[in-house]
Design a protein around this ligand. Sequence first.
Ligand code: 0O2
Length: 263
Amino acid sequence: MELQVWKEILSPYELAVDELVLKLNHVIREHSEKGIYCPIEQVNGRVKSISSILAKANNKNIPIEDITKRIEDIAGIRIMCQFVEDISKVVEYLRSRSDMEIWSEVDYITKPKESGYRSYHMVIHYQVQTSFETKVIPVEIQIRTLAMNFWAVIEHSLQYKYQRNIPSHIRKRLMASAEAVLSLDNEMASIRDEILEAQTSFRKKASIVHDILETISNLSKVASSEEVISMQQEFFQLYNEGDMDILKSFSLKLDRMVKEYTN
Ligand code: 0O2
């Protein structure tokens, strides 16, 4: 098949991946702006390369004309979570969305693959509208923790290196590291509350600092340069002292100044 034909076939898949990455990143941003914990930590997406599509079709004896019907992971999204329990929240969330239909689900978390691979897979049907057509695209979504992802990425590159025939001594070590990933995830789950508390307080502080800097930048358009310099100095001093309540009242004081200037 000519490259131009491939490009046309893959174009709606690229659109689907771009839209879904944008939407899921927006979910992360909305949570962060509200200062609430998001079960989605990171999102990325890719369209399978033509050579990987052909290799998969060849391995599975799929004729070229059936590729788009039978290969469901041409468009792929990967969602990384901090904790195992976030995975089911993400799954529920995706099931509740009105812009996708869940086509199939495979739970390799409760039933890991023989390789040691753990991840939750969903195939969704997602509608895109290109300049020329409206099309429903299958998209494979893999949902896993950061630790599971670390393992899968390494194992995947070894699969590639050894052309899917990883020597048994390396396979054994990979199985052992899959066990280590499992206990790391369990360990993190057991101290989840402490981790979340620390992250929440960090997020709150970052959000106050962001508000203060934005307000000072807005005030700099109307206040005198001496006033702006003194606000900045006060901010740096309070920031170094690190007391959240004092930073909060400084932020409120700046808000009052903005009101005075706008009245
Ligand atoms: P790539 O390069 O990531 O796209 P099958 O079980 O082979 O009949 P299929 O369609 O491969 O069916 O589905 P499966 O098993 O759910 O795998 C889909 C994708 O999950 C794979 O795509 C991998 O990305 C990932 N995956 C599945 N098993 C493993 C594993 O043991 N190790 C790692 N690292 N990843 C895995 P591709 O096309 O194989 O690869």
